[in-house]
Design a protein around this ligand. Structure first.
Ligand code: SAH
Length: 247
């Protein structure tokens, strides 16, 4: 069944109208016709089947076939902190992070982040990554749409770091412990954390004082092995490992 994202408040009504632009993907790409049934999801835990009551050049009229279904939130809310990478790499990171079930993406500007954003760029990028996230959620049958936070300097991530525990930072320093070892320690305590954070550095790596700051906020430095991965690979690596463990 084709899926379509709808803003949370709109699933309260049993009938809804999708005007031209909103209906474009369903009408022109998926070629939905009168009588077809589509699945609507609001990214906040509600899904509903809806029948196309009318389709014309003005858009689509939809009627819910039953009351929306409420789904439980994920067992562990994962947050990805990713230093903003160049060009399409960040889009790709956001897309894969959503497929892997993150609940929040925090784009970070660190000292060696090459990308520089003014306020307008930051707003534009947040909107763009949100659209990427909606599309990834649609195609991966996600029920919960992750929040895409506006890009922020690494020095200001403290409160968000404290909103998840444990937080791991992928660190290219000799004292970083293998992820396997760190997870074995947590498993030994029988803990199933309700939240977790995964922090990855930029193409140019963290500055030593940035790593010190993250660790002072409680982030555990972990190693992904002896090879140096690109930032986006490191982001996916951690989300796969944490997903296998706690999702
Ligand atoms: N340009 C740097 C590498 C940066 S890799 C250099 O050549 O040394 C980008 C980010 O990916 C790093 O900041 C780190 O967060 C993560 N990363 C990549 N490989 C890693 C590994 N083997 N262990 C831990 N973190 C890693």
């Amino acid at each position: 069944m084709h899926r379509h994202y709808i803003e949370p408040s709109r699933l309260q009504s049993p009938t809804l109208t999708l005007v031209k632009d909103e209906a474009r993907h369903l009408q022109t790409v998926l070629r939905v016709r009168e009588g077809d049934v589509v699945e609507l999801f609001d990214g906040h835990g509600l899904t509903a089947a809806a029948r196309v009551a009318a389709a014309d050049r003005h858009g689509l009229q939809l009627e819910l076939t039953a009351a929306p279904t409420r789904h439980a939130p994920p067992t562990c809310a994962l947050t990805l902190f990713a230093c903003v990478s160049k060009g399409k790499r960040m889009d790709w990171t956001v897309e894969k992070a959503v497929e892997l079930g993150v609940q929040r993406v925090v784009p970070v500007i660190s000292d060696r982040t090459i990308v520089r954003l003014d306020e307008a760029d930051a707003e534009g990028k947040t909107g763009r990554w949100t659209r990427v996230a909606i599309e990834a959620a649609r195609q991966s049958h996600a029920i919960w749409l992750p929040e895409i936070v506006a890009p922020m300097p690494l020095a200001q991530t403290g409160p968000l770091l404290h909103s998840c525990a444990p937080v791991f930072v992928a660190a290219l320093v000799p004292e970083a412990q293998p992820m396997r070892q760190v997870l074995a320690g947590i498993r030994a305590h029988g803990a199933l954390p309700a939240t977790a954070g995964w922090f990855v550095g930029p193409e140019g790596d963290f500055m030593p004082e940035e790593l010190r700051l993250l660790r002072a906020h409680g982030a555990i430095a972990v190693s992904l092995g002896r090879q140096v991965l690109r930032a986006e690979t490191a982001a996916i690596w951690g989300l796969c490992v944490l997903g296998a463990e706690w999702l």
